[in-house]
Design a protein. Sequence first.
Length: 161
Amino acid sequence: MAIQVGDKIPSATLFHMTGDGPAEITSDEIFSGKKVVLFAVPGAFTPTCSAQHVPSYLKNAAALRDKGVDTIACLAVNDVFVMGAWGKDQGAEGEVLMLADGSGAFTKAAGLELDLTARGLGVRSQRYAMVVEDGVVKTLHVEENPGELANSGAETILAEL
């Protein structure tokens, strides 16, 4: 069953790229005591994700922070090296925390996996966005069509804050 508004974020260890290389980061470190906007994409370097989803958050990062958001994070079921390279490509450093859920553990625990095996991509994350306050989901928008950005862009989240 998929995570719902009012649920606590699952405990998991994710990875992010630092100046010293890959580093672990726990869901508690990301969400405890903070207001976080977490958005997830089916894959780094994919068309909608690169051309629309990440850019919507980069364009609106300052406005989100003005509304009290401590962290803007992007999650994908990709490895930390891919997420690090994609973050550099997108100009996300210092604006969006690029989180690698390489084994999909967080995604599966949240019930938000997407089976794209038939397209040669394996099991990935659905496209979604959520606002999380102190580890509790306050809003959640899951896209019906993972190839489209209809309700999980920064503009939607910003309008709700």
